[in-house]
Write a protein that binds this ligand. Structure first.
Ligand code: HGY
Ligand code: MN
Ligand code: MN
Length: 426
């Protein structure tokens, strides 16, 4: 097949890539200041900051020649038509919400880089065989209401009505928060996208891990996204006076928890499964210096590339919690509240991405994503592909998150080529 991409489509040249990367970084700075507090970046679903961000991103999409709209769960969209009307779209995107005290690039970089490649098409008056759509997802992190992927789940019609009653830490429900920003909770189902309207979903995202950094590569292709489970765990013992109860008589749930956490670490250090576990939230009740705690509540986030290994490891870890509790006359309870299976990226798309990155970078590391992404939701209905860009030392979910300008310059050129190839070949 003639190499149409090289013959007709205008590459992004060095000067353009520097100009586009500079604009991306300026816009990232601007968005990082839209936060619920001024000394860090925290942007939550259905907040004033969410709407403010949507408005600014929508303006940038319009400047890139896109028609824009916000859907019924608060995702912001742009569409750039194909050379003929009513063509299905290659949907590019990522999320615009953040974790608390976030970095500047997680999610945001993918949306802004996508806007730049459409801007390049518009500037050159190029319309491709497929439409290009961009979506800024409203809630990938689940920071405010505890359920992740709320933006992308609407596209695949996986939204559950019961979620409308889920509350944030101020006891505000999703339903109430939606009404506050003018969303109609009876119309959530209209955010569903027809399968035939989208050919593929492509997400450019920072790696959020150390692999590309250690490999000294700007970009990599994602092979799969690890499965993840989140479990609420409680250890219940007996509170007492910190000064009088002898150690051997105590039923201290915090000691049991500590023994369990060290067991988990030991098990995973020994195992070859690449499974990772994190206790990100832990509360000790009643929480007084001179009182032996009676209850420990914690969250276990555990992830891995293979579903059966992950399930086996989880049952082994929970079994151990019960054994430790029995030995210490403590009660252990757990309840899973989030679960996604590991999913593979579409082979054909992965190969197109890999080939293009190989061409521009001379190599193309292929890696599984330890982090979750909206692509997990989208894979339920459409073929997905993901491109990783290096983040320094693999640091993410932290204000120390950093991406080099030279990597953005390289990536934007490659991303444009990838999109040209995808519109021709899938
Ligand atoms: O937790 C995750 O993997 C993603 O950053 N939400
Ligand atoms: Mn994140
Ligand atoms: Mn992310």
């Amino acid at each position: 097949m003639k190499d149409i991409v090289n013959m007709y489509y205008p590459k992004i040249n060095n000067n353009e890539s520097i100009k586009y990367a500079t604009r991306i970084l300026n816009r990232i700075e601007k968005l990082s200041k839209i936060s619920e507090n001024k000394n860090n970046t925290t942007r939550l679903y259905l907040s004033i900051e969410h709407i403010k961000t949507n408005k600014i991103v929508e303006k940038w999409m319009k400047l890139a020649g896109m028609q824009t709209w916000q859907d019924q769960v608060g995702n912001i969209y742009g569409r750039y038509e194909a050379c003929t009307k009513k063509q299905p779209a290659i949907l590019l995107g990522s999320h615009l919400d953040t974790v608390p005290n976030a970095g500047k690039y997680d999610g945001i970089l993918g949306v802004l880089t996508s806007i730049e490649v459409v801007n390049h098409l518009n500037k050159n008056k190029i319309h491709l065989k497929k439409a290009i759509e961009i979506v800024g997802f409203a809630d990938e992190e689940g920071t405010r209401f505890g359920i992740t992927l709320l933006g992308s789940k609407a596209l695949t019609n996986k939204w559950k009505k019961k979620w409308l009653n889920y509350k944030d830490k101020n006891k505000i429900t999703i339903a109430h928060a939606m009404k506050n920003i003018g969303l109609n909770t009876n119309k959530i189902c209209l955010a569903k996208r027809n399968t035939k309207d989208i050919k593929a979903y492509i997400e450019l995202h920072i790696e959020q891990g150390p692999y590309l950094y250690k490999n000294n590569s700007s970009m990599g292709v994602v092979s799969a996204i690890n499965g993840a489970k989140r479990i609420n765990c409680t250890f219940t013992g007996e509170s007492g006076h910190a000064g009088t109860v002898p150690i051997y008589m105590r039923k201290d749930p915090l000691i049991a928890t500590s023994e369990w956490i060290l067991f988990i670490e030991n098990e995973l250090l020994k195992s070859k499964t690449k499974i990772v576990a994190t206790i990100g939230k832990i509360n000790c009740y009643p929480g007084a210096t001179n009182v032996i705690p009676n209850k420990i509540k914690l969250t276990l986030d555990i992830r891995g590339p293979k579903n059966n290994e992950l399930n086996k490891t989880i049952s082994n870890i929970l079994k151990k919690a019960k054994e430790i509790s029995k030995k210490r006359n403590i009660i252990f309870n757990s309840k899973k509240y989030y679960s996604t299976k590991s999913i593979k990226c579409n082979k054909k798309i992965k190969n197109i991405i890999k080939k293009t990155i190989n061409k521009t970078q001379g190599n193309c590391p292929s890696l599984a994503s330890g982090a979750g992404h909206d692509a997990i939701s989208m894979a339920k209905k459409w073929p997905i592909g993901m491109i990783f860009i290096r983040c320094i030392k693999g640091i993410s979910h932290s204000p120390k998150e950093k991406v080099l300008k030279k990597d953005i310059i390289k990536t934007i050129k490659t991303y444009m080529e990838i999109i040209y190839n995808l519109t021709e070949k899938i």
